[in-house]
Design a binder for this molecule. Structure first.
Ligand code: T1G
Length: 696
């Protein structure tokens, strides 16, 4: 029984207890119904308080039940029982009252909360919409404009703001239960009415006549491709224009349509994938993380500066080391300007900017790192420099300090081998801009100790990153897959597609930009330099020949106002380049390739299926522990659209592995060479009729 009922004089207490977040599963729904029945059955009781055990009020419907046959009663049916109660019910909120949790509270006659509580309807983040009356009750309480904003953002609202908006009737100082019981007794003593939110009318006076049209137009731009958002506008409009019961019926229908939509399945996958990624083999709760009170960073360049900001934002002091004063001053200057820019947008106060800058200690003294609990190296990406830095670090860092490298490709084991403490060495691969991108690839070396992984995983949450542990192979997870994706994009261009066509297909699919635009942003010279160090024959030189020619023509990308595309000074809009088009034509001729027309479908399949195929290889090699980890990497590191669930989820659920395999075999055969190899793991999964989930 996920609930209990007790009496406090003339006030009953319905207590829900379903750790960790009181998710409203079948047993909680039963407990709610039993509680209301107990209240109404006991003549001594005049009202009840609904409260939850543990760290939070009900944080929504139990998402693990979705997609499965739902045990009765469902939540709307439970809420009908609550609304029919003959005695008032006061919801007492702490933690986060979210989704069905808030909808339950909106069905109660009154709501009280502690000041630290938050309320919200985050269903849209799961590709859903409030399906238990939220779209009809909230507009009646706070007005359609505020309700639409809250439901479309899905973000939680602090208790005080919710009280100001009329959602919370009283903010309780001190003990919540005692405060709620007092409130309930006041209601009884006053013989107050039992206001039902659903019975309220909506004041339309302040609502512009074109409010909903404007909202729809805005979403068509900002949330193109997204299914649930438009439904939500329709339902809030129904709350304004239709009787409550009709609105509720429309909500139910729209909710089921969202539940059946692949976008919701994808976003629910992402919800659990993100939490599962935090579970690392060999690192369970018995592994004690090390304490990290101070951090050292070597290199004040773009990455070093961005990495430093993450720790300063979390209130952790940072010692930032550089070799030259001007480089140090430049790095500190960039950090300050970034903060001042954020403050100018009203997202930080001047005081908060100074607080962060006060935690930063710039220095030219390498030995100033001797006290740091964690030291992250963000210097130039060559092995020789990395090994030199780690040799010096090994000499000065205190015992037990974690030595991390921000390398995006190089072997952690080779770097660790120059130290006497390889167990303390780990990869912490941040993504540029490091103070913005949420992904942190945590690279496990052969000797990296479990408590080092536990520490860095815990720290990634403290600095608001999503940490994913991966194995130590060239390119780890993200860049390894990017190589395969990029190869196919280049190959399509070599065979006849244009950069514009490839980028347009990928943008239409939902990524913020296509691969070729991305290379122009990152700088073509970076790839060019790394290819100079690679063994001839270790990569297909034909597909990078155009990029090499562009670099040799001084076209590095946006930073030189010209790469694959042309750019006007200060303008990041890519413009077609006749020079690039002629180089592409020339290279195809040199490679003996007759250029041909490309369909959108072929471009998409080749790029996205190559991504998944390489994903199968990192799974097969154990570089990634789960397919869902790869999805998390691509969502938070490479802008893959969350409503598609990630490259592995998309391939399995929107394409189907058998079709994906058939298409990959087709492209591999058609290529007439060995650069696209179908993953044996994919072959095996399809042959055995298995899915990525079966790999766990
Ligand atoms: N259902 C099932 N499990 C849940 C859950 C939920 N709603 N919320 C959290 N969990 C699990 C989670 O997987 C993890 O498990 C553990 O609880 C701790 O979570 C009809 C249809 C509440 C802010 O979208 O946003 O109501 O990994 O690590 O960081 O309209 O969890 O330990 O095994 O995230 O402290 C709407 C989802 C549902 C809220 C706490 N509600 N949850 O964050 O802990 S749809 C939501 C959260 C709905 C109605 C509709 C967060 C949190 P494990 P955690 P946290």
């Amino acid at each position: 029984m996920r609930g209990s009922f007790e009496k406090h004089g003339n006030i009953g207490v319905i207590r829900i207890n379903n750790p960790p977040v009181n998710a409203i599963g079948a047993t909680v729904r039963a407990a709610l119904v039993d509680g209301v029945k107990a209240l109404n059955a006991d003549p001594e009781l005049q009202a009840a308080v609904l409260i939850c055990e543990g760290r939070t009020f009900m944080a929504g419907a139990d998402i693990t039940e979705f997609g499965k046959p739902m045990a009765s009663p469902n939540l709307p049916e439970v809420l009908d029982v609550m609304e029919a109660s003959g005695k008032p019910i006061v919801a007492a909120i702490h933690g986060t009252a979210l989704g069905g949790g808030l909808e339950t509270a909106l069905t109660c006659h009154y709501r009280v909360a502690v000041a630290s509580a938050k309320v919200g309807l985050p269903e849209v983040k799961l590709g859903l919409l409030p399906g238990a009356g939220g779209t009809q009750r909230l507009p009646r309480l706070v007005g359609p404009a505020t309700a639409l904003e809250v439901i479309l953002s899905g973000d939680p609202v602090p208790a005080k703001a919710a009280a100001a908006a009329g959602v919370i009737d009283r903010v309780i100082e001190g003990d919540l239960l005692a405060g709620a019981i007092t409130f309930a007794q006041e209601v009884v003593a006053k013989g107050s009415a039992m206001p039902l939110v659903g019975a309220r009318t909506i004041d339309l006076a302040s609502l512009p006549a074109d409010f909903f049209t404007t909202a729809r137009a805005g979403l068509a731009k900002a949330k193109r491709n997204l299914f649930a958002h438009q439904q939500i506008v329709d339902l809030v409009e129904a709350a304004v224009t239709k009787p409550f019961a009709e609105g509720i019926a429309l909500e139910r229908k729209a909710f089921m349509a969202c539940m059946m939509h692949p976008q919701s399945a994808a976003l629910r996958h992402v919800f659990f994938a993100e939490r599962t990624a935090a579970k690392v083999a060999g690192v369970d709760d018995s592994v004690q993380p090390r304490e990290v009170k101070t951090v050292g960073i070597i290199g004040a360049g773009t990455m070093g500066g961005g990495i430093a900001m993450n720790f300063l934002n979390a209130g952790i002091p940072v010692t930032l080391v550089e070799v030259k004063q001007d480089a140090l001053d430049r790095g500190v200057g960039v950090i300050r300007r970034n903060y001042e820019a954020t403050a100018a947008k009203g997202k930080l106060t001047t005081e908060q900017v100074e607080q962060r800058m006060d935690l930063l200690k710039p220095t030219l003294e390498f030995t100033d790192l001797a006290h740091a609990d964690l030291i992250i190296e963000a210097v130039f990406e060559t092995m020789a420099i990395k090994k030199d830095v780690f040799t010096r670090l090994d000499a000065i860092a205190k015992p037990g300090a974690i030595l991390a490298t921000n390398t995006s490709y190089l072997s952690i084991d080779d770097i660790a081998a120059v130290t006497a403490r390889p167990q303390d060495v780990v990869g912490t691969h941040f993504f540029s801009p490091a103070n913005v991108m949420k992904l942190l690839e945590i690279v496990r070396g052969a000797k990296t100790a479990p408590d080092v992984l536990a520490t860095v995983m815990g720290l990634s949450r403290r600095i608001s990153k999503v940490g994913v542990v991966c194995g130590n192979r060239d390119g780890f997870i993200g860049n390894r897959l990017l190589g395969a994706y990029g190869y196919q994009a280049n190959r399509c261009v070599l065979e006849g597609a244009t950069p514009e066509q490839v980028d347009a297909v990928i943008r239409k699919f939902g990524l913020p930009m296509g691969p070729i635009q991305m290379w122009d942003l990152a700088g073509l010279d970076i790839g060019y330099r790394s290819r100079q160090d690679r063994e001839p024959g270790s990569f297909d030189e034909r597909v990078t020949r155009t990029s090499d020619r562009l670099v040799e023509a001084g076209r590095f990308g946006q930073k030189t106002n010209g790469g694959y595309y042309d750019y006007l000074p200060g303008d990041r809009t890519p413009r077609s380049s006749a020079l690039t088009a002629s180089i592409i034509e020339q290279v195809s001729v040199e490679c003996g390739i007759t250029r041909r027309a490309f369909t959108e479908e072929e471009i998409l399949e080749r790029c996205m299926l190559a991504l998944m195929n390489e994903g199968c290889e990192v799974l097969r090699e154990g570089v990634a522990a789960r397919a869902s980890d790869i999805d998390v990497v691509y969502l938070y590191g490479y802008g893959f659209p969350a409503y598609r669930g990630g490259p592995m989820h998309w391939a399995e659920n929107e394409v189907g592995l058998p079709k994906a395999l058939e298409r990959l075999r087709h492209y591999a055969a058609e290529s007439g060479d060995h650069w696209l190899q179908v993953s044996p793991l994919l072959e095996k999964l399809v042959a055995e009729g298995k899915s990525f989930k079966d790999l766990r």
